[in-house]
Design a protein around this ligand. Structure first.
Ligand SMILES: [Mn+2]
Length: 375
């Protein structure tokens, strides 16, 4: 029964470039490898010690992300959650230097231990996840700050984790310049050919400069392209909208290696087609997922720097992220969360959900790494 289901799925999914599911089946709603017994994982045997909210009230305790263990000297882990509290690249509202702290505080709400029905995964079952704190970056010099952040990310991802693979990072920003640090660290450690980018954002972020400055939150992916951090022709931006300098901005973005799915395209094409486009674009190549929270409509994410109406709902963003399970995800971030402009923790809470989904994607990629041709 399971085998035939797997075969049917393999045939169906081969058509839409979903090869990594060819040997996976669902045990009830839980995605498992074919051949494994259909048993529910025991929450008490999770590799990561996330407090059980039925025992420890969620509102209590010190706010690491998800109240994950804080890494100390010698701690072994597969995934590091880290913050880069820098907003010196912002062109409009600032305040994202408070993003890591705000997202950690809001993350207390999440029920993270055990099974996540959205992604259909037990992200903490087979891997070890810790909070490694924030990069100490100067607020007074952009280039120095990004060098400091790069060194920090390199340092917390320099070893192999207990699962036997290079340590991965889920980063909380910071403005959208700060992924330059995580992308550099990946390229210098485990991904010398760079990565494909799945980029959720209202804006392209591939301008050449702002006021003559090359490193700003509107230029990170042109710099990433120029620094050789991106693989050619396999990136994709989702949710773009807002004003442009001219229509040539589109063609320039494409020239730098990005396919484009605007916010209007998502409305017209629908979730299934957009997920197919994303999966076909990156295939099984090493992929980094960057989520600018301003991809959401301001109704869902008021606490950010550069708002543009007509964006995604929280439901649409989370649904798209969960459509990426099984891809060869090697890193991710959620950026541009500005707590001083937030209301009722709406934006920070949604960003915490995004970060948990990024952990789930990485967890899935690590535990199914034998399905990927390249790590
Ligand atoms: Mn952005």
């Amino acid at each position: 029964m399971m085998a035939s289901f797997c075969l049917m799925k393999a045939v169906a999914l081969a058509v839409i470039a979903w090869p990594q599911f060819a040997c996976a089946v669902y045990c009830d709603h839980v995605l498992i490898d074919e051949g494994k017994s259909c048993e529910y994982p025991d929450p008490k045997k999770q590799k990561t010690d996330v407090p059980n909210p039925m025992v420890v009230p969620r509102f209590s305790g010190i706010a690491t992300f998800l109240k994950l263990p804080m890494a100390t000297e010698g701690t072994k882990y597969d995934i590091a959650v880290l913050g880069i509290p820098f907003d010196g690249g912002a062109s409009y509202r600032a305040g994202t230097r408070f993003g890591p702290g705000g997202v950690r505080q809001a993350s207390k709400k999440l029920r993270a231990s055990g099974y996540q029905p959205g992604s259909r995964l037990h992200p903490f079952q087979d891997i070890t996840v810790v909070d490694v704190g924030d990069a100490a970056v100067t607020p007074f010099n952009i280039v120095s700050a990004m060098d400091q952040a790069t060194d920090f990310v390199m340092n917390v991802t320099k070893d192999k984790g207990p699962a036997g693979l290079p340590q991965r990072a889920v980063m909380i920003g910071g403005d959208h310049l700060v992924p330059i640090a995580t992308l550099r660290a990946l390229q210098r450690s485990s991904q010398p050919s760079g990565v494909c980018l799945i980029h959720f954002d209202a804006h392209m972020d591939t301008s050449d400069d702002f006021f003559g400055e090359k490193y700003t939150h509107g230029t990170p992916f042109r710099r990433a392209h120029d620094e050789g951090l991106l693989r050619p022709g396999c990136s994709i931006s989702i949710g773009l909208r807002g004003g442009l300098s001219g229509v040539s901005d589109w063609s320039e973005h494409r020239r730098l290696g990005f396919d484009i799915v605007t916010s209007d395209d998502l409305t017209d094409l629908g979730f299934t087609e957009v997920v197919r486009r994303i999966r076909q674009r990156v295939a099984n190549q090493p992929t980094y997922v960057t989520v600018d929270i301003d991809v959401l409509d301001p109704a869902f994410a008021p606490g950010t720097g550069t708002l543009d109406p007509g964006g995604l709902s929280s439901r649409e963003l989370l649904r798209l992220l969960r459509g990426l399970v099984g891809l060869n995800v090697v890193g991710g971030d959620v950026v541009e969360v500005s707590p001083p402009y937030d209301h009722m923790e709406i934006t920070q809470l949604t960003a915490a959900y995004v970060a948990l989904d990024l952990i789930s994607l990485l967890s899935s990629a690590i535990t199914s790494s034998d399905r990927h041709s390249e790590l």
